[in-house]
Design a protein around this ligand. Sequence first.
Ligand SMILES: Nc1ncnc2c1ncn2[C@@H]1O[C@H](COP(=O)(O)OP(=O)(O)O)[C@@H](O)[C@H]1O
Ligand SMILES: [Mg+2]
Length: 369
Amino acid sequence: MIEEHSQETPTVIAIGSGKGGVGKSAIAAAMGAGFAMLNRKTVVMDADFGGSNLHQIMGIPRPAYTYRDFQNGRVDNLNQIVVEHHQYDNLGLIFGAAGSYGMANEKYMHRQRFLNHIRDIRAEFVILDLGAGSSFQVLDIFTAADLGIVILNPEPLSLSEGFNFVKQVVIRTFSKTLRQFPEIQTFIQEHAKTETFRSNVRVEDLILQIQQKDAEVAGRLKTCLDELQIGLVLNKVTNDEQSVEVSAFQRALQEILSINTELLGLIHLDPVVPEGLKAGVPFMAMDPKAGAARDLANLIITKVLHRNRFHAFWDRSSINKKIHEIGKPSGTRMICSVNCMYWEECGYRQGGYPCRLQHMSEIGFQGED
Ligand SMILES: Nc1ncnc2c1ncn2[C@@H]1O[C@H](COP(=O)(O)OP(=O)(O)O)[C@@H](O)[C@H]1O
Ligand SMILES: [Mg+2]
């Protein structure tokens, strides 16, 4: 178990997708390993309650604790079921109960208890590997996170299921926000069943209609949309031009669902990913210099570590300020360290611009803003 230390609440990152097999689990595990290698205390949790496989991905056949210990009330705190990874000081794991298909439809009450405890986890980042699809369970966990990442593949089915997933996220968020307004809730649910979310009737128009009934409710819905922080990752890329598909996807989300998303990055199709899964080693740790590992490192350094958790997109002026502070003995926490998987080849160490990954990256900061 992870030792106690005083700590702010963690940034919770949920990884979801409409479709299975797109790379959620491989990316969640590798992202956790990547953060840990950068000295950021991280807990990866297997939140695919119906098809747990994090233990296999991490090469740990018989975890000492699983989520079931928390679900059964055998422990009253999620920290008690965090299993430290034997190789990385900064990586904790919460495993699902292997083969426990009964957990797939965990009750609302259990889910709420879990969500009430999630920010008590003692770590800087908590990464939740969700199951496929858009059950209420998946949607409630996804929307409770500080950052929701939707993994897409460059194929039409993945994109259309990804769109459907975000649509369900919006519907669920709206209906939860509107619990105290049953009349409007019914109105939205009717729309969800019929045309609004299915065809060309846009969320914006729906909100306009609601505004005529109740301006306060309409305002709340707009706030909900603004607060949803959704990042996209295009995985299994074979050609960089495939990112065009994501632009079209983002435009559709914007126009139909009034949702702004950020493309966090592309991860190339790379044999290191299945090799890592086979060996029980997250691909970031398997070979940090492999293409997919570099893609993911670039993504976490430039788009996740530098993200201001209270705003949708990071503030470049503040980043630029940090660049000028590099080298000054300030309280800024550096991500550059001998523990970085690219330290050996890092340009910063050789007196150049901060880091080899860096076309966008700077030496990091977290938590001071
Ligand atoms: N970037 C990638 N390159 C090559 N294979 C990948 C990549 N990402 C995922 N895969 C493969 O796709 C399959 C599904 O990955 P997994 O992480 O289990 O998906 P999910 O959790 O979304 O169901 C695995 O066989 C994995 O090796
Ligand atoms: Mg999975």
